[in-house]
Design a protein. Structure first.
Length: 542
């Protein structure tokens, strides 16, 4: 059991609605409303193709989610007790309706919709929880707008689902959950017509008008500080703009203008937080294959007629708390900000002052990624400071992560500075995440990037016994040590990067890398241990 102080430092940041809203959510169960469905609204505009996801329906009764395949033959599969909750959620999403080559699986899709309605009675099971309910509502509507006909009984089921969702909004969770609830109500309010549909749409618009200014920060980043969730919310916003083009002249132009402005900013942030290989950086809860890739979203933006976004070679992304440095053949992405909103740190990792590095277009240093949301020691390890490219002091985490989605004491960065000229880019930052330890140590880090080198200087003040700077190496990169202080990193394309540690003793340790949910790849970590105040990593390449 966590200590009382852990509970205190976790709960003291929460908003009142997160307390009483959770109680209300557990106690109140609305009755399903089986009235006939509202009439459909005629499509008077144009519907653009969505970013095509990877298919996950492998056969009429077999699915693949999170790198795990399962048969879905029995009616009990929707709520199978021995199956991972996130896998079951994905089963209820119906993402495959709008995946790549979906038209080839139409017969399977129609049978699966029939099965879902027959095997998931209203109000019971995983499929009627608000988050999968929201995603499924949107996926069914998108599938219909792509030219597939929803039968009358399916339209009725869809209306029952929307009515149920409208009384199960996730005010107690807030964040991305409430955002997708709002999106589903707006989509249903466009798809159906009449006063009831108008009320759904207006409820969603009111929610979004409140949430959008808070959730999308001034630099365009999503406030939960996860590049993966940022990409998901960006697609949500682009989907709404797509729906507005299919059903024009219903939502005020001022609202659409705000959505477009936010979407452009979000695109710029996403591209800045991506590597030269075209994929996102793995800060906080992030993995590939959940959200559309940056290139897919870029193409979607173009189809919707939005202006393209440019990516600066250097700059602080404030207030989301990231930085991008780019000199010559190197791209450096830094975490110099808070772990997330104080009242909503569920997707945060203890990764303050971590970074990721690409050289010659190849990822070299990587955070360890995310493979699971289940409550386990592995989940806690992946969220730990030691699983990221930063410094752990006396074996502790910079932020006190616990459970699957909890954080007690958390690091607060300060004194963030950036200096840049034609040849050198430098960032400094400090955080106080270890102040609770007896010696009140504080970690300061400096990155200095030039066309042919990177120097990472860690300085620790206060009293402590041992500091360890971790540098996790991409599985495709091979590390060699000539001594316990220097060696080389061999890239798969043949280039060589030399490394040197000063102020500490280096060891090369096996660990694992998790670029996708359900995936674990062996990799190596360069760990620099020191009882002194300074650890320096020097990298050099041609």
């Amino acid at each position: 059991m966590p200590a009382i102080t852990t509970y205190f430092h976790t709960l003291r940041h929460l908003r009142p609605i997160q307390f009483y809203g959770r109680i209300w959510f557990r106690l109140y169960r609305p009755r399903p409303d089986f009235r006939i469905a509202p009439p459909l609204r005629p499509i008077t505009g144009s519907w653009k193709a969505l970013p095509a996801r990877t298919p996950n329906l492998l056969g009429p009764e077999r699915c693949r989610f999170l790198n795990q395949e399962r048969d879905i033959i029995s009616p009990s599969v929707w709520n199978q007790a021995n199956c991972d909750k996130l896998w079951l959620y994905n089963l209820h999403y119906f993402d495959d309706l709008n995946a790549d080559t979906a038209s080839k699986r139409t017969v399977w899709h129609r049978a699966l919709i029939e099965r879902w309605i027959a095997e998931n009675p209203p109000g019971f099971g995983n499929g009627w929880e608000p988050y999968p309910l929201s995603l499924r509502i949107v996926n069914w509507i998108h599938w219909a707008l792509a030219g597939n006909e929803l039968e009358e009984t399916w339209q009725h089921s869809l209306a029952v689902q929307v009515r149920y969702l409208s009384r199960r909004l996730e005010h107690h969770l807030l964040g991305n959950h409430l955002f997708v609830n709002a999106k589903a109500l707006i989509a249903a309010g466009w798809y159906f017509s009449g006063s009831e549909a108008d009320s759904w749409r207006q409820t969603g618009l009111n929610l979004l008008a409140r949430e959008l200014p808070e959730q999308i920060l001034e630099d365009g980043g999503h406030f939960e500080r996860s590049p993966m969730y940022h990409a998901l919310i960006l697609q949500d916003l682009l989907d709404l703009l797509n729906l507005a083009q299919a059903y024009p002249n219903i939502v005020p132009e001022s609202t659409l203008t705000t959505w477009r402005q936010k979407a452009v900013l979000m695109c710029q942030w996403l591209y800045a937080m991506s590597h030269p290989d075209g994929e996102i950086a793995l800060f906080n809860d992030a993995a590939f294959g959940i959200a559309p890739s940056p290139s897919q979203l870029k193409d979607y933006v173009a189809r919707l007629g939005l202006p393209p976004s440019s990516v600066p070679s250097v700059g602080l992304l404030m207030p989301s708390g990231y930085a991008r440095l780019e000199v010559g053949l190197a791209v450096l992405l830094l975490d110099v900000g808070e772990i997330g909103p104080d009242y909503l740190p569920g997707h945060a990792h203890a990764d303050t002052l971590s970074f990721e590095l690409s050289v010659y277009g190849q990822r070299v240093f990587v955070n360890s990624g995310t493979s699971t949301y289940g409550s386990s020691s592995e989940r806690e390890r992946q969220r730990s400071t030691a699983a990221h490219n930063t410094v752990s002091i006396d074996g502790q985490n910079s932020s006190e992560i616990w459970g699957s989605f909890r954080v007690a004491r958390r690091a607060k960065p300060h004194s963030v500075e950036i200096e840049a000229n034609a040849d050198t880019q430098l960032v400094r930052a400090t955080h106080n995440g270890y102040h609770w330890l007896p010696g009140r140590p504080e970690h300061q880090r400096e990155w200095c990037l030039t066309p042919h080198s990177l120097t990472v200087r860690d300085h620790i003040t206060g009293k402590f016994e041992e500091a360890i700077a971790y540098f996790h190496i991409h599985p495709a990169v091979k590390i060699h040590a000539a001594s316990f202080r220097h060696g080389t990193l061999n890239l798969p394309s043949g280039q060589i990067i030399s490394w040197r540690i000063e102020g500490g003793i280096a060891t090369i340790d096996p660990t694992t890398y998790h670029p996708e949910f359900g995936l674990s790849q062996p990799n190596m970590t360069l760990a620099a241990r020191s009882t002194g105040t300074t650890i320096i990593l020097q990298l050099a390449w041609d």
